[in-house]
Design a protein around this ligand. Structure first.
Ligand SMILES: Cc1cc2nc3c(=O)[nH]c(=O)nc-3n(C[C@H](O)[C@H](O)[C@H](O)COP(=O)(O)OP(=O)(O)OC[C@H]3O[C@@H](n4cnc5c(N)ncnc54)[C@H](O)[C@@H]3O)c2cc1C
Length: 289
């Protein structure tokens, strides 16, 4: 499979990239690492006349902590940069572990967290854990920017609220009261496999009492989804194996998976039950977020 012909423009700033996207319209496509865009161009599932690259904008690679704001991850941070970030490792090991389980080393070296989110694929690994931790995203165009909860970003498979001329610039995990979090995915291979089911959990524990819980399911609905009934069941309760099993069942009942080549609807739903229970136990026991 060969790449079709296209023009390639390396944008010098976010504003310039936004202006180009706005003026060229839907025939132009933004590219970051290209690990999704280039295979789609080769397969013919994406047609574009112009690729606008933001890959040289080093200011979008920043990973830092700002008091009062939280942990900031630039949209161009690669999976390996997220995985190896000392700032994230110190507080959100769950996010680093999520990056570690993605794709393979080559893809992790060039694929970006912004591309993973913007692509809006239901099986993407970063969105569930970032939503569970209450992350926001900032979208910028040539006239300004807006910040919204990542939870409200996705509209359907490969559909999001992002406008043609908007660029996702940063992800922020705000300071929160969670005491533990984790993400587990089930893929058909050990490496380079997309999630058949992905479950992310963040909890706030006081002794054995669950003060708060956020459960996000990936790959089992058109968008990442919260299991809100299971969350409500856990809040304020003393944790037991029976409670976690019940939460798993509620999460499974809320999920809306499809049957495809990677797994049946019934199998995915049962995996949600098992993974929710396991993730809750791990997040409650692990003592780090
Ligand atoms: C072999 C292989 C294995 C993979 N394994 C996994 C896996 O295990 N888990 C997983 O979740 N994904 C996986 N992927 C998918 C892919 O690697 C990720 O989704 C990656 O994070 C995409 O980032 P990118 O920078 O390469 O995006 P690109 O391909 O450059 O762009 C993807 C989409 O996002 C848009 N975009 C990119 N950046 C921005 C931005 N800052 N603002 C607005 N729009 C933007 C582009 O226009 C395009 O529509 C895999 C891919 C391959 C080829």
């Amino acid at each position: 499979m060969y790449l079709p012909d296209f023009d390639y423009i390396a944008a010098a700033t976010v504003v310039k990239a936004s202006r180009l996207l706005g003026s060229l319209g839907p025939e132009a496509k933004l590219i970051a690492g290209g690990t999704d865009v280039l295979p789609m161009l080769k397969q013919g599932t994406l047609a574009t006349k112009t690729l606008i690259s933001i890959n040289r904008l080093s200011e979008l690679k920043n990973i830092s902590f700002e008091k009062g704001k939280g942990h900031i991850i630039g949209a161009l941070a690669t999976h390996n940069e997220v995985m190896k970030s000392p700032v994230l490792q110190e507080k959100y090991m769950s996010v680093c572990e999520t990056a570690h389980r993605m794709a393979n080393n080559q893809i992790r070296n060039i694929g970006t967290i912004g591309g993973n989110i913007s692509n809006a694929v239901p099986s993407a690994d970063f969105p569930p854990i970032l939503i569970a931790l209450g992350a926001t995203v900032t979208l910028q165009n040539s006239s300004g920017s807006r910040t919204l909860p990542l939870e409200g970003f996705f509209m359907g498979p490969r559909q999001s609220v992002i406008a043609q001329d908007e660029i996702l610039t940063e992800i922020v995990i705000p300071e929160n009261g969670f005491s533990g979090s984790t993400y587990h995915k089930f893929g058909l291979r050990r490496s380079g496999a997309l999630a058949v089911v992905g479950v992310a959990v963040a909890v706030a524990m006081e002794g054995n009492i669950c003060k708060d819980a956020c459960i996000v399911l990936g790959a089992v609905a058109p968008t990442p989804m919260r299991a809100k009934e299971a969350e409500a069941l856990l809040r304020g309760k003393e944790v037991s194996d029976a409670l976690l099993e019940k939460a798993g069942k509620l999460a499974a009942a809320a999920s809306n998976p499809i049957t495809d080549i990677r797994g049946s609807e019934e199998y995915r739903r049962d995996m949600v039950r098992v993974f929710t229970r396991r993730c809750l136990r791990k997040a409650m026991d692990n003592g780090h977020v």
